[in-house]
Design a protein around this ligand. Sequence first.
Ligand code: 7RM
Length: 652
Amino acid sequence: MSSAASDVFPPPKDFAAHAAIGSRAAYDELRQVALADPEAFWAARARAGLHWFKPFGKVLDWKPPFAQWFLGGETNASFNCLDRHLTGWRRNKAAIVWEGENFEQRTLTYLELHRRVGQLANALLALGYRAGDRAIIYLPMIPEAAVAMLACARIGVTHSVVFAGFSSEALRTRIEDLGAQLVLTADYGRRRGREVPLKKNVDEALEHCPGVRHAVVYRHTNGPIAMRAGRDLEWAELVASAQPGCPAAHLPSEHPLFVLYTSGTTGKPKGVVHSTAGYLTQVLATMEWVFDLRDEDVYWCTADIGWVTGHSYIIYGPLAAGATTLMYEGAPDWPRPDRFWELIAKYRVNVFYTSPTAIRSFIRQGEAYPAGHDLSSLRLLGSVGEPINPSAWRWYHRVIGHERCPIVDTWWQTETGAILLSPVPGAVAAKPGSATLPLPGIVAEIVDAKGEPVPDGQQGYLVLRKPWPSMLRGLYGDPERYQENYWSRYPGSYFTGDAAHRDADGYYWVLGRVDDVINISGHRLSTMEVESALVRHPQVAEAAAVGRPDELKGQSLVVFCTLKGDAAATPELSEELRAWVAREIAAFARPEEVRMVEALPKTRSGKIMRRLLRELVTTREVKGDTTTLEDYAVLLKLSVEGKDEEEILGKN
Ligand code: 7RM
């Protein structure tokens, strides 16, 4: 499938002229070098990119599916993000520029950030926390979130950030799975003028988590909270009595820097484990290749630190690179729909990285909002989280980038740690809707069900043939699930769970998930997780959740429920169930629609035919009654009695 010439956007000449990689030839050469000897390639990046307390020996130990990188080496992520920048002029450079939802402003230089991280790290050491312990971070988008992550990293405490939009129930399951001893939180967060009761959620979760010894609480809004003596500690008091200088622990390369929970195909979220040295090496390399970062840049990634994008491209990547990273606390449309454009103009943002869902909502609001602000500082635009539709790409290019800024459509996952497919903006021509080419050192392929490469233009599954430094090291406490989820379908290759095709120019077009994971506004959600939440409701007997294409959010959630005995299918119950899911999981998981039905279509082996329901919500409107659904199911059952869903409908 080749594209018309008008669909190709070559790197703008003046962008390429000043870019680190400024031509396709230079880029092909780099990819060639990586391909010829990946281990030597990554070893050189690791040596040049990171500070090592002790140099590594063996580059890669690969016993599929378990990889270890840079063995024998000792380093520290917090040291690489902070201390390295203190010896030269960068010590007084802004590390974090923060703006609160209520327009409050704070700037932390590298020196100041280093001081605060050291204080908190010393306070945690004084409480007895050591390398190998686990901490949950449940904080809003405030600089303290970065301080907390870097303080944990400094002493080798593995952190797990839980998105502040998650419920107390979601928080509890993560604390329990991780066996965390420590929680770092705040009184409240701010969201669209409301105060989100974070500490209250922590209190509820901790009723079931006796293993947590301390909750350290930062006063952000100063709203009322309960403090439990002996367990809860005031952040301010703790750091006031702590020494500022805290030496960074010399940690082995493979030390687990963080665990981040993400949705899988079952009801239980997966704890994706990331390493220290491999993770940081590749995240840092992609800051250069993809964002073409310069020291004088103001860089803004609009993600939340609760997602992997926030970890890699608000905190670890930019800070390891010595960049100025902008952090904004609130919603894009608060108090007005032009908040993002106002921030870009105010802080003279050069590199802007956001999601297709955000872009589509801007399109809906109209061009007057961005037109009212000076966006001339922008040099480069990025997109992440879901496929970007070509029309949204063009709008982004024209209305935000003024046809001057290249766009990097970056494909990656929580599991991959860093961007793997993306144009290199000074070297690779973009095509709207394509993440273009694999970055250096990445061997991607599109295969059929048997693992054979498919011809160009044909749809298949995206797999990765070689290990990469920032790949996940496993799922916390569950090596079998790690093996099963990612490595069992094509032994020796990593299965991404995404469908894709490659065009005649070798460009990759990622189409979306092929499993029971849906993507709502770039947030990954397991349909099983929603179903488990629904069947916890006293009136629900069975539930099936599916995604429906949504113009704004990419996908929206539709759920089918059967009710228990005497429960009546009323609009009130439907509303209650929507609110229930939002409370049990998170607001983004609130179903768009609840359908109460008399039966769910099932295979003879009893599996709910989600694919059938998916087709139903996609291709035709389901009316208020249940007959359509039942008839559809019965018809299908009659014609294919005895076969399983996969056989009937093909596994995508
Ligand atoms: C970074 C992140 C991962 C899933 C992934 C895809 C989808 C992400 C793109 C994309 C097409 C993109 N991590 N996805 N980026 N699809 N083009 N540029 O999103 O773990 O939360 O989600 O998101 O399906 O497998 S994630």
